[in-house]
Design a protein around this ligand. Structure first.
Ligand code: SF4
Ligand code: SF4
Ligand code: SF4
Length: 245
């Protein structure tokens, strides 16, 4: 289900109320979110930031139309569990921001393709938290996502631009994110045009380029599971030979 205009109807509010929530993370996604506000003067008439642990002093969480959330939920932390419950109750829709919240990110990093350590399994991406699943509509990849991407996403959300939002809806249901995505979904399907966009999108230098074959190469040891490569690939959402993701 796409986000709809009805999700914005909230008593007689004139502004779209948004909040930003922090779970277990480095806060890089929230900093990136705040960075985009330099370009966002034109939407400040439309949007009101009602909750952010960095920018607002509010101690209680108000109801809001859109909650952006970063980080992974620690299943051993009662504060996280109660925050997740409140988030599910107070927000009309939730957007996960960044690799941690969307796919697990560095919390799932394991070396040499070994399974993650038991301690890593205490931290799960928000997209896998049962009580949040019904509210999470979109997942934004990146570690952290670029402020321009966040700004464009916000504009698309306000305009209900379904074409722009569609890939983010796909990502909300993606189970894994790694360089293998471009290998499986683009290269192995014969869709890769060798443009190198995925290589430049990778923040961890896990993707290189083989100039002999004109295709990217992937080193899983460096991958931080941010999902940026598939999201950046212009071929990844092509409807031919079949929809990917
Ligand atoms: S996705 Fe990256 S930048 Fe964002 S919270 Fe996780 S580690 Fe930090
Ligand atoms: S290969 Fe790079 S861009 Fe792709 S998921 Fe891994 S770290 Fe992110
Ligand atoms: S961005 Fe997509 S099409 Fe371009 S090199 Fe990477 S996998 Fe190939």
């Amino acid at each position: 289900m796409f986000f709809s205009k009805e999700d914005f109807i909230f008593e007689d509010d004139l502004k779209v109320k948004v909040g930003f929530f922090h779970f277990s993370s480095c806060s890089g996604c929230q900093v990136s979110f705040l960075d985009m506000f330099e370009d966002a003067v034109e939407i400040l008439d439309t949007v009101e930031l009602v909750y952010s642990n960095m920018l607002t002093k509010r101690e209680t969480i108000p109801r809001m139309h859109v909650a952006f959330a970063e980080g992974t939920l620690c299943i051993e932390d009662k504060r996280h569990l109660s925050l997740a419950r409140e988030l599910a109750e107070k927000a009309n829709i939730i957007v996960t921001v960044g690799a941690c919240a969307s796919f697990g990110g560095i919390r799932r990093l394991s070396v040499g393709s070994q399974p993650p350590q038991p301690s890593h399994q205490s931290f799960i991406p928000l997209t896998e938290v049962e009580i949040l699943k019904g509210k999470i509509k979109y997942a934004i990849p990146g570690c952290p996502p670029n402020p321009s991407l966040l700004y464009n996403f916000m504009l698309a959300l306000l305009e209900v631009n379904e074409d722009f939002l569609q890939p983010f809806e796909f990502m909300a249901s993606s189970k894994d994110a790694s360089g293998y995505d471009v290998v499986k979904e683009v290269i192995n399907k014969g869709l890769c045009v060798g443009c190198g966009t995925c290589v430049t999108a990778c923040p961890a230098r896990a993707l290189g380029f083989n100039y002999t074959y004109g295709k990217p190469t992937f080193n899983p040891l460096f991958c931080v599971h941010c999902g940026s490569c598939l999201a950046a690939c212009p071929q990844s959402f092509k409807p031919y030979p079949q929809p990917v993701y």
